[in-house]
Ligand binder design. Structure first.
Ligand SMILES: [Zn+2]
Length: 424
């Protein structure tokens, strides 16, 4: 336990920025003072070492962890998928708990990073929305003092999955948190979060790191061969988690190659329909494999908690709870399936982006350099208007999937659009 003075804020204070109206400038206000000056923030070492390529964006977080005067009770960490939002949030939580400001080695740091710290609550939902009850639970956690750490930190990794009504429940707690409570919300962009919430948060905006930076991380930390690391970093479009999976799992690289091959293999409607059925089947198998074991464990755990684990019939009063869990699990599997399909669409988009680059002769590196032959083949058989048409169809399919259209229908329509256009 540290004997250093704790940077305790006044009740309801917004720290150093409270002198200004916290929501005066809206979410995009420029906090251009010492707090955002990277020069005044501690270096990107310790817990920050893995938040690659985000020196400027994380400067306010690092400064806040180091100087009490730069602290704020509510933060919104934004950035596109793969930019490392949740990594940044956990690093910040660790830096707040660590007596040395985020050494990366002590118990406070390691438990905060892994999500096991008693005073760091991480909400990483796999459901489509975060329920109002979950948020109420978090609010009561937020009211309690830290049990051992310096701060009570609550991280909501998908703050964009809260409905307006749920956001309003959270609002009060974010406005007037207890003195040692810190809320860290993560979302793709500030606009994904209710305006009432985001106007009360300081915003740290992460960007997509360069593929070279991601490749270096894979090489240095995971011992991946530099050439493979760079290829995978490009293919994953700098999404660190996906790049790592591609680099480590030849099966994942093969599945991605198969998706990209659709661009040249689909000649007619028949091919498209067959390929769509395949793709949806693969996503279902993937979802089943990823969730089956966990579903069973969770069910057993719940039954144990309810005192009904002897395999007997469940009393009617408890059935509702089991039903609730099963519904949650079903939603999680649905989301996983959609994520797999979404990833396939994003991969195809990167292929057609490369086709457009070849067609325009732009001097930009290809995302899928190892598929150059096929990219050039597709580039030659059509023109830019064909490429744009396909990209539109891919974007539409993503939208439809997100909007709960039956996946098979959305994917079929999309793949039919990949057919070479018959020229007259
Ligand atoms: Zn530490």
């Amino acid at each position: 336990m540290s004997t250093e003075p704790l940077p305790i804020l006044e009740e309801g204070s917004h720290g150093a920025v409270s002198a200004d109206e916290p929501d005066a400038g809206g979410p995009d206000q420029d906090l251009g003072n010492a707090i955002t000056d990277p020069a005044s923030a501690p270096p990107m070492t310790g817990v920050w070492a893995e938040v690659v390529g985000q020196e400027a964006a994380t400067a306010p977080l690092r400064a806040a962890a180091a100087h009490a005067s730069a602290m704020t009770h509510a933060w919104l960490i934004t950035g596109p998928p793969g930019s490392g939002r949740s990594q940044a949030a956990r690093a910040f939580a660790a830096a707040l708990q660590c007596a040395r400001g985020g050494c990366g080695e002590c118990r406070e740091c390691t438990t905060a990073l892994s999500g096991a710290h008693a005073d760091v609550t991480v909400v990483a939902t796999e459901k489509v929305t975060i329920s109002i009850d979950e948020v109420r639970g978090l609010i009561s956690v937020a009211q309690t003092s830290p049990s051992q750490g310096r701060w009570r930190v609550i991280i909501i990794e998908d703050a964009d999955r809260m409905t307006e009504r749920t956001s309003n429940v959270l609002l009060k707690s974010i406005e007037e948190p207890p003195p040692r409570t810190v809320w860290l919300l993560c979302a793709p962009s500030a606009e994904d979060v209710a305006v009432t919430i985001r106007s009360r948060c300081r915003i740290a905006h992460l960007r997509v790191p360069d593929p070279e930076v991601v490749a270096r991380l894979l090489t240095e930390r995971d011992g991946i061969d530099p050439e493979l690391a760079l290829e995978c970093a490009h293919a994953a479009q700098s999404h660190i988690g996906i790049a790592r999976r591609l680099a480590r799992d030849p099966g994942a690289r093969k599945r991605r190659d198969q998706v990209l091959a659709l661009a040249t293999e689909i000649r007619g409607v028949g091919d498209a329909v067959l390929a769509a059925a395949d793709l949806v089947k693969v996503s279902e198998e993937d979802a089943a494999a990823a969730t089956a074991e966990r579903d069973a464990e969770e069910r057993n755990e719940l039954l144990r908690t309810l005192g009904a684990d002897d395999g007997g019939r469940l009393p009617p009063a408890l059935r509702a709870q089991v039903k609730q869990l099963e519904d949650d699990q079903k939603r999680r599997a649905t989301r996983h399936k959609r994520d797999v399909l979404d990833r396939a669409i994003v991969d195809l988009m990167s292929f057609y982006r490369d086709v457009a680059i070849v067609q325009t002769g732009a001097d930009v590196p290809l995302v899928n350099a190892s598929h150059r032959g096929h990219i050039e083949q597709v580039a030659r058989r059509g023109d830019m208007s064909d490429t744009v048409r396909v990209l539109d169809a891919l974007a539409l399919a993503r939208e439809r999937l997100a909007g709960n259209v039956a996946p098979l229908l959305a994917i079929e329509a999309m793949l039919i659009a990949l057919r070479p256009r018959v020229r007259d």
